[in-house]
Design a protein around this ligand. Structure first.
Ligand SMILES: C[S@@+](CC[C@H](N)C(=O)[O-])C[C@H]1O[C@@H](n2cnc3c(N)ncnc32)[C@H](O)[C@@H]1O
Length: 255
């Protein structure tokens, strides 16, 4: 099966996501697998059903892996963030402005809030957390998760979170540090004067040709001495051409 440009446009409208920037082969593979699992014979049939069923749209979004997230995803990288990158940033800048770009349901920005809270409990730091998906942002603002998700959080940080009525709840001390905002990385202006820019497991879905303008935009968002934090399977090719210097695996310094 192949997904033509018109169908990509229809799917984009239905899922409220700009799929034209996505790797088309990967998209085709994932949509085909979804159709097979759910008994759809062709893509037009699926599109018709998607128009009628919000629950099917959510399941397709989930199976595209687009919203997958975890607290402290790739814990070793978060250890580097907590032990090296953030202490260094805190030495150079007093109040940090952090941007979590593609924050999904909020686990990433709340992980950052937890680390900052532990490192500098009296500090005045702010986290702007953005995503294109309004449903994900609504969940992020509720700040409630499955109780089992506590297992994703390293033991040092667990006492910061609460279990209430069978849910994992982010306390107001961490919630208050984060401001959520809808932002499409492909078309909206980016926040400025950022000290730490966290964009993880989002750019892997994008076609190579859409990435350079995003990295240029990231470089402009960051102050000199600021740091870009990418996902475990993402590499910035030619970092120097954007004004970045590789620090550790996944971390780049804005020069
Ligand atoms: C796989 S999740 C990653 C979440 C989190 N950063 C992490 O690593 O756990 C990717 C997120 O990127 C968002 N996203 C996809 N396309 C986007 C775009 N064009 N602009 C902004 N966010 C986008 C999706 O809605 C999703 O929440």
């Amino acid at each position: 099966m192949s997904v033509n440009a018109f169908q990509v446009q229809q799917l984009s409208q239905l899922l409220k996501l700009d799929l034209s920037a996505y790797h088309s082969q990967q998209l085709q593979r994932l949509v085909t697998a979804f159709m097979q699992r759910n008994g759809f014979g062709n893509l037009d049939e699926l599109i018709l059903a998607l128009r009628q069923k919000a629950e099917l749209r959510q399941r397709l979004l989930d199976s595209l892996g687009i919203n997958v997230t975890q607290f402290f995803r790739d814990p070793k990288m978060w250890e580097i963030l907590a032990k090296e990158i953030l202490p260094n940033l805190l030495r150079h800048f007093k109040s940090l402005r952090v941007w979590s770009a593609g924050c999904s349901i909020g686990k990433e920005p709340y992980s950052i809030a937890a680390v900052l809270h532990e490192l500098d409990p009296d500090g005045k730091h702010s986290i702007i957390a953005t995503d294109i998906d309004e449903t994900a942002l609504q969940h992020a603002q509720r700040a409630e998760y499955w109780a089992n998700d506590l297992n994703e959080i390293p033991s040092d940080y667990r006492p910061l979170f609460k279990i209430q009525n069978g849910s994992l709840v982010v306390p107001s001390s961490l919630k208050g540090m984060v401001r959520f905002q809808k932002l499409n990385l492909l078309s909206d202006p980016y926040p400025q004067d950022i000290h730490l820019l966290v964009c993880r497991n989002l750019l892997i879905y994008f076609r190579p040709e859409v990435k350079p303008p995003i990295f240029h935009g990231f470089a402009q968002s960051l102050v000199e001495g600021g740091v870009l934090f990418l996902g475990a399977s993402e590499v910035l090719l030619n970092p120097w051409s954007y004004g970045f210097k590789p620090l550790q695996f996944g971390f780049y310094l804005k020069t």
